[in-house]
Design a protein around this ligand. Structure first.
Ligand SMILES: [Fe+2]
Ligand SMILES: [Fe+2]
Length: 246
C-alpha cells in the first residue's frame, strides 16, 4: 500500500493525527507538543530546521515503500549524522530500557515458576548488548569518520583515513544491521509460539508492540545509514581519491 505524501504546506498537527508513531520522529528535531496550527514550512522556518530533510524523514517513516535516495543524498552529512545521533539516543535512553522493564514485568508475572520466560529475557539481553555495541561503534568511529570525510571534501581537513581494523571499510556496519533485524523477529516469534502459562498476557502484548516499533524504527534508521550516509561518504571518498591522483 502506498500513501499520499506529506507536504510542506500541511499542518504538522494534521500529519501527526494521521500517524501518531511520527511523534518520536518529530521530537528528534526538537519539536515538542503545543505546535498549534502551524504548517510544516512555518515550524521549520521558526526553528531553523532544514524543511526538505524533515519532510522526507516523515514520509519515509510513514510509508515503508518510499525512499527518495537522490533527494536525501543532497542533504548535508552533518544534518544526517545529527539526526542519526538523536535516533540512537532515543533507543538507548528510552526504547531499550522501556522494553527491558516490560520483560522484567513479564518474568515476574510468571511467579518464578515459569521456565519458558527465562529465554525471552536472555534473548533480549543479548540483543540489547549487541545493539548498544553497534551504536557505540557508529558513535565513536563511523560518524566521526563520515564527518571527517565531509570536512575533507569541503576542503577543510585531510583526515580521510578509516580507523584501524576496518578491513571491510564503512560497509562492514551494513551486515550487522541484518543480524539485528533477525534477532528482533526471533524475540516476537519466541513469545508468540513458545511461551507457556502463567504470564501476564497484557504485558506480553505490550512487549510485542514495542519490539515491533523498535524493529520498524531501526530498519528505517539502518536504511538511512546504508543508503544515504554510507553512499554519500563513498561518493566523497571516490572524489577525494580522484582529486589526489590528478
Ligand atoms: Fe545507527
Ligand atoms: Fe547502524
Amino acid at each position: 500500500m502506498s500513501y499520499k505524501r506529506f507536504t510542506l504546506r500541511m499542518k504538522l498537527s494534521d500529519i501527526l493525527h494521521t500517524n501518531y508513531f511520527l511523534l518520536p520522529i518529530v521530537h528528534r528535531f526538537d519539536i515538542r507538543y503545543g505546535i498549534g496550527d502551524l504548517s510544516v514550512a512555518e515550524i521549520c522556518r521558526e526553528r531553523s530546521i532544514d524543511q526538505d530533510f524533515f519532510i522526507e524523514i516523515l514520509n519515509i517513516y510513514h510509508d515503508e515503500h518510499y525512499f527518495p535516495e537522490a533527494e536525501l543524498l543532497k542533504a548535508d552529512v552533518r544534518l544526517i549524522v545529527g539526526y542519526l545521533r538523536k535516533t540512537h539516543a532515543y533507543y538507548v535512553d528510552y526504547l531499550l530500557p522501556s522494553i527491558d522493564s516490560l520483560i522484567h514485568a513479564l518474568v515476574e508475572s510468571g511467579h518464578a515458576h515459569n521456565s519458558t520466560l527465562g529465554p525471552v529475557a536472555s534473548l533480549f539481553d543479548e540483543f540489547s548488548r549487541e545493539f548498544r555495541k553497534h551504536i557505540d561503534g557508529e558513535e565513536q568511529q563511523v560518524f566521526p569518520y563520515a564527518l571527517s570525510v565531509a570536512d575533507a571534501y569541503r576542503g577543510q581537513a585531510d583526515g580521510t583515513r578509516p580507523p584501524t581494523g576496518w578491513d571491510g571499510g564503512i560497509r562492514c556496519f551494513e551486515d550487522e544491521h541484518l543480524l539485528m533485524d533477525e534477532k528482533l523477529f526471533d524475540l516476537k516469534n519466541l513469545l508468540i509460539k513458545y511461551i507457556g502459562e502463567p504470564f501476564d498476557v497484557h504485558v506480553c502484548n505490550s512487549i510485542i508492540f514495542e519490539v515491533d516499533r523498535l524493529e520498524r524504527d531501526a530498519r528505517d534508521h539502518a536504511r538511512i545509514e546504508d543508503r544515504i550516509l554510507f553512499t554519500a561518504v563513498e561518493q566523497m571518498e571516490k572524489a577525494l581519491r580522484g582529486a589526489a591522483r590528478a
